[in-house]
Design a protein around this ligand. Structure first.
Ligand code: GLN
Length: 447
C-alpha cells in the first residue's frame, strides 16, 4: 500500500530521492512470515518507514541531498537503521532533504525541491522536508529525520505532523552523516503522538559506536501517554512571543495555551533572557562544526571525484567546487572564518560561552516549570522560491527551534490547527533532559 501510494502521489510531492522497492518488499514478506508464525519482532513489525537520506543504509545509495555523494553506496547501516530492521520495519526509501541538512525549506537539495502536500506551491520546511511531506501525504506512516537546529520540528509544524527531537545523546548518531556533531540528533516523524512514542522506543538505545550516546535508562514511552496535564506547570517563554510572528500562528498558539489551562495545567510566565543571542550563536557553532565535518569530502574517500584534475590539490578543490551547492559553501566559509586563528576567540570561543548562558536559562526555567510551550515556526509554510535568495530570512525561520539544540534538550512539535488559508501550525513543547515521555504526554493531551 505504501509503495502504491508513493507511485500515486510522489510525482507531485517529490518526497523520495529513491525508493527501495525490492528491499521493502523482501522485508515485508519476511515480516508476514514472522506474523504468520505468531512471532512478530515487536509492535511495529511490518510497518513501512521512510528515512531521511542522511542515514547510511547498507547497499542503498545515500547522498545527503548532495551531488558530492551521488552514487555513494554505504558498506554498513547506521545504528538506528539496524535497530529498525531488527524490529521488522520495511524501509521503503530515502527521503529528500536540504543538502547535508543545511536549510529550512528543502530547497537546497541538489536534486529537486520537495513540495508541501497541503499546498504544492509551498515548502514542506526543512531540512527533513521529505520526511515530513511523505508522512503528511500518507506515503509512509512514519519516517526518521534529524534535527540540528529545528530540522525535525519545523517541517513537522509546516505539514501537520508530529516531530520529536530527542535529548542530545538519546539516539545514536553512528552512521548518520554529520552536519554539526554537538547539535545533531535523529528522531521520529509521524502522524500521531502515540506513533512517535512507539518509534522512539525502537531507536532510543545506548550505543558503544557513538561516544556521545547516553546510557541513561530508556523508559516505556507509551506508559504515561494518557496521563493528561492536570497539575503540571507549563512555562510560556516571553522571548518566544515577539515581533516577526505571524498573527494567525500566534492566535493558534494562544488558543492551545487556553486549552491546556482548561485541561488542568497552570501556565507560568517565564523568561529565557539569552534567547536573543541564539541565532548568532547557532550560526557560528553549526557552520564551524560543519566546516570540520565536511573536510572529509575530498574526492578521495567518498562519492564523486572531479574528472579533469591534474594534481592532488586539483582533486580536492575541483571536487568540492563541483560537488557542493552554494548553501554548503557558505557554511564552510563562515565556519572556517570563525575557526581561523585570528578570529577564534572573538567568534567561536565567544559563541561557546553564550551557548552555556542559553543552557543555564533553561536550567533555571525548569526549576519552576515541567515544560515550555511556544510556536515551532514563526510563520506557516512559505512559497517555494520566496526566501531562497535571502539566507538571513531563511535563518530566521529557526528562531524558536535553535535554542533547544544549543542546550541539548528534547523538543517536540505537535499539530495546532490551521490558518484561514488552510496551512498547518505547530506547537513546540520543550522539556528537561531525557523527559521525552513528559513531552509526549503533554502533546497527547492536546492532540
Ligand atoms: N535550518 C537550520 C540550518 O539550516 C537547521 C537545520 C537542521 O536542523 N539540520 O542549519
Amino acid at each position: 500500500a505504501s509503495l502504491a501510494r508513493i507511485q500515486q502521489v510522489d510525482p507531485k510531492v517529490r518526497a523520495f530521492l529513491r525508493v527501495d522497492e525490492a528491499g521493502a518488499l523482501a522485508a515485508a514478506r519476511a515480516s508476514d512470515a514472522r506474523r504468520a508464525a505468531g512471532s512478530p519482532a515487536g509492535v511495529l513489525d511490518g510497518v513501512p518507514l521512510g528515512l531521511k537520506d542522511l542515514f547510511l543504509t547498507e547497499g542503498v545509495e545515500t547522498t545527503a541531498g548532495s551531488r558530492l555523494l551521488e552514487g555513494f553506496v554505504p558498506p554498513y547501516d547506521a545504528t538506528v537503521v539496524r535497530l529498525l530492521k531488527e524490529a521488522g520495519l520495511p524501509l521503503v526509501g530515502k527521503l529528500n532533504l536540504d543538502e547535508f541538512a543545511m536549510g529550512s525549506s528543502n530547497e537546497s537539495s541538489a536534486y529537486f525541491s520537495c513540495h508541501n502536500p497541503w499546498d504544492l506551491s509551498r515548502t514542506p520546511g526543512g531540512s527533513s522536508g521529505g520526511s515530513a511531506a511523505a508522512v503528511a501525504a500518507r506515503e509512509v506512516p512514519g519516517a526518521l529525520g534529524t534535527d540540528t537546529g529545528g530540522s525535525i520540528r519545523q517541517p513537522a509544524a509546516l505539514t501537520n505532523t508530529v516531530g520529536l527531537k530527542p535529548t542530545y545523546g538519546r539516539v545514536s548518531r553512528y552512521g548518520v552523516i554529520a552536519f554539526a556533531s554537538s547539535l545533531d540528533q535523529p528522531g521520529p516523524m509521524t502522524r500521531t503522538v502515540a506513533d512517535a512514542a512507539a518509534l522512539l522506543q525502537v531507536i532510543a538505545r545506548p550505543d558503544v559506536q557513538d561516544a556521545t550516546s547516553s546510557d541513561a535508562p530508556v523508559p516505556d514511552y507509551s506508559a504515561d501517554l494518557e496521563a493528561g496535564v492536570r497539575g503540571l506547570k507549563l512555562g510560556v517563554p516571553r522571548e518566544y512571543f515577539t515581533e516577526g510572528m505571524d498573527p494567525e500562528v500566534e492566535a493558534s498558539i494562544r488558543e492551545a495555551l487556553r486549552e491546556y489551562e482548561r485541561l488542568g495545567a497552570t501556565l507560568v510566565d517565564v523568561s529565557l533572557p539569552h534567547t536573543k543571542y541564539a541565532l548568532a550563536t547557532y550560526y557560528l557553532i553549526a557552520p564551524a562544526e560543519a566546516s570540520s565535518n565536511l573536510a572529509r569530502y575530498d574526492g578521495v574517500r567518498f562519492g564523486k571525484r572531479a574528472q579533469d584534475a591534474r594534481s592532488l590539490r586539483d582533486v580536492y578543490t575541483l571536487t568540492r567546487e563541483e560537488g557542493f551547492g552554494s548553501e554548503v559553501k557558505r557554511r564552510i566559509m563562515l565556519g572556517t572564518y570563525a575557526l581561523s586563528s585570528g578570529y577564534y576567540d572573538a567568534y567561536y570561543l565567544r559563541a561557546q560561552k553564550v551557548r552555556t548562558l542559553i543552557r543555564e536559562d533553561f536550567t533555571r526555567a525548569f526549576q519552576q516549570v515541567d515544560a515550555l510551550l511556544s510556536p515551532t515556526s514563526p510563520v506557516p509554510a512559505f512559497k517555494l522560491g520566496e526566501k531562497v535568495e535571502d539566507p538571513m530570512a531563511m535563518y530566521l525561520m529557526d528562531i524558536y527551534t535553535l535554542p533547544c539544540n544549543l542546550a541539548g534538550l528534547p523538543g517536540l512539535s505537535v499539530p495546532c490547527g490551521f490558518t484561514k488559508a488552510g496551512l498547518p501550525v505547530g506547537l513546540q513543547i520543550l522539556g528537561r533532559p531525557f523527559d521525552e515521555a513528559g513531552l509526549l504526554r503533554i502533546a497527547r493531551a492536546y492532540e
